[in-house]
Every structure is written in C-alpha cells, then in structure tokens.
Design a protein around this ligand. Structure first.
Ligand code: LER
Ligand code: MN
Length: 278
C-alpha cells in the first residue's frame, strides 16, 4: 500500500489565528514551510480560483517537490457568502459557476475539491429536507462536470455548530447513495467526527472504507493532535487498518504558531507513516 501524502492547509489569504489554516498569506511560502517541516503535500484554501496563477503553483510543486493534493472551498462561504442552498437564485448560480472554476483548477493540478461549508445551512431543523434536496439538485451537474474532468469531489460531514445539513458520516453516506453521486467521496475530519459520530474509532470508519477521498486531522478544540480529546493513535491505526492511502492533512489552528503546531503534528504522523515512500 502506498504512503498517504502528509499534508497541511495553506492559504493566500490572511485569515488570522481563529482560522484552522497553518500557513496563511501566501500559498507558495506555505508550501516552502510545509516542505521544510517534512510534509509531502498541501491543500490550498482559496476564495477565488480566478486569482490563482496555476502555472506558478505547478512550478512551485516541481521546484519544492511537494504535492498540491486538494482545493479547499470553505472561504467561498466564509468570505464570499456563496452557498448552494441560498434562497437567492443568483447566489446559487454564482456558487455553481465558482465551483466549475475550482474544478477546472483542480483538474490542472490533479487535485480533489472539497464540498464543505458551501452547502450552507437550513433556516431551521424542520426545513432540512427541502434544503438537502436543493443542495443535491445544485451539486448534481457539478458532480457530472467533475466526473468528466476526472476530478474527485469530497463531501465533508460538518458539526452542528456550523451547519444543520449533513453533520454525520451516516448523513453523508445517505446523501452519496443518491443516483449520480457514485463518484462523490468523503472528506472526514476528526474534529467534526468527535462531535457527531458514535463509535468514531470503529464503525464510523469501517463503513467509509474505500470511500474517503481526503482526511482532515484536527483535535476536538481544532488544535494539533494531543492538544484536545481525540485519540489520534486510534485514528491512525484505524486509517491503516481500512487501507486508507489518500492525503492525511492538517486543518488546525496556528497555535502557538503555524510552525510549532505543524511540527507537533508531524511527530504524530512520523510514528505511523514512513515519509518519502510512495
Ligand atoms: C472545513 O474543512 C471544515 O472543517 C470546516 O469546519 C471549516 O473550517
Ligand atoms: Mn475539515
């Protein structure tokens, strides 16, 4: 089995220390920092693919020998307020258009694309079902577009305090069973799993085997492994047991600093995955 890319989140934006992105304000600088710390991949969090110079990213990947594994789209929601389930059809249309651009970028980078916070949220629990239908309707043509470009989309279960749509692994697996979403994969995140999933070190993983396209490492408090209550040794053992070989990527707060949090994460990763063997 191949070794997963050991990755961390970087962004062109300055997001501040409340955002779980370790290296901010410069993707290429972040790639350099990741490389210096022994990482073999990054995920890039961007608010507008049109602002990204893909040729310089491809050149940096080559020069630094580090892979851009995934394109994160959460900033489209957080900063640009784009949402697949907005009541405003113009916003839904903008969201669709933007995701096509993310898929185009990901296709050039041979990366996956996250479907996370841009699902939006229903106004109350009673209206979850119609909003989920709307989400599925909006996502279906994008799934087809991604399939045509051989780009993997990954759907993330996200905890209740950020959205009421698709909180658990089971919610996402049910959603993925709809016709047309056969190639949709999961983006599991330990922070959200800790809050939402029963038996997070057992059944929650077992039922996802073969369906996880990307993996976020983040403790219960969104900090590095060991800072909170997640048992990351159990997590690593489980990932190995189910044969997971896609990226293992840090989405943690830059506390006490991006470098220090990344270094502590790397200590955990090194115990489980041999770096440099693909
Ligand atoms: C995005 O991947 C995520 O996990 C959300 O909680 C936003 O940070
Ligand atoms: Mn995440």
């Amino acid at each position: 089995m191949s070794t997963p890319y050991l990755s961390l989140a970087v962004s062109e934006e300055k997001l501040g220390d409340n955002a779980p992105v370790l290296f901010q304000d410069g993707i290429i600088r972040g790639m350099q920092s990741a490389k210096d710390l022994g990482f073999t991949g990054v995920e890039i969090h961007i608010r507008n693919p049109g602002q990204i110079d893909e040729d310089s990213l491809l050149a940096a990947e080559k020069d630094l020998d580090i892979k851009i594994c995934a394109v994160g789209t959460g900033l489209e929601y957080g900063l640009n307020k784009l949402s697949f389930t907005s009541d405003n059809p113009e916003i839904r249309q903008k969201t669709r258009k933007r995701f096509m651009e993310h898929i185009d970028l990901a296709s050039k980078l041979n990366a996956s694309v996250f479907v996370g916070l841009c699902r939006g949220t229903a106004p109350d629990y009673a209206s979850i079902q119609p909003y989920l239908e709307r989400f599925a309707q909006e996502l279906l043509p994008l799934q087809e577009y991604a399939d045509s470009k051989q780009v993997v989309l990954t759907l993330e279960p996200i905890a209740y305090y950020m959205t009421n749509l698709l909180n658990t692994v089971d919610d996402c697996l049910d959603f993925m069973a709809r016709p047309g979403f056969e190639k949709l994969q999961l983006l599991l995140d330990t922070h959200h799993m800790f809050l939402e999933d029963k038996d997070m070190y057992g059944a929650a993983f077992d039922k996802c085997a073969g369906k996880i396209g990307h993996f976020h490492v983040s403790d219960s408090n969104r900090r590095h492994p060991g800072a909170g209550n997640v048992d990351f040794d159990k997590v690593a053992e489980k990932l190995k047991q189910i044969g997971y070989d896609r990226p293992v990527s840090l989405e943690v707060l830059p506390h006490p600093s991006g470098t220090e949090a990344s270094r502590l994460c790397m200590e955990w990763m090194r115990r489980y995955w041999q770096i440099g063997i693909k």
